[in-house]
Design a protein. Sequence first.
Length: 84
Amino acid sequence: MDSVSSQSMAAPAIAQGSGVGIGHNEGPPLVESQWHLAAWRMAHKKAWDNPPIEVVRRRLKRAQALGMSYREYTLEILERGRYL
């Protein structure tokens, strides 16, 4: 190979001073502010709070019938917003 073809096959260089790494799409940040991060964490904690024992028993019984763990079954309920 000559020097021209080997240079053209090289990986594209990152712009000088861009500060982002390879594979970064320079999209918006995942968290807009510290307030949004705190609100997300509170909502996540509230979603996983322990429900009344009757609800836990019902979910556990249904999860076992489906061959799932309680946590997997609860996660499906939280993701889909409906029971399986």
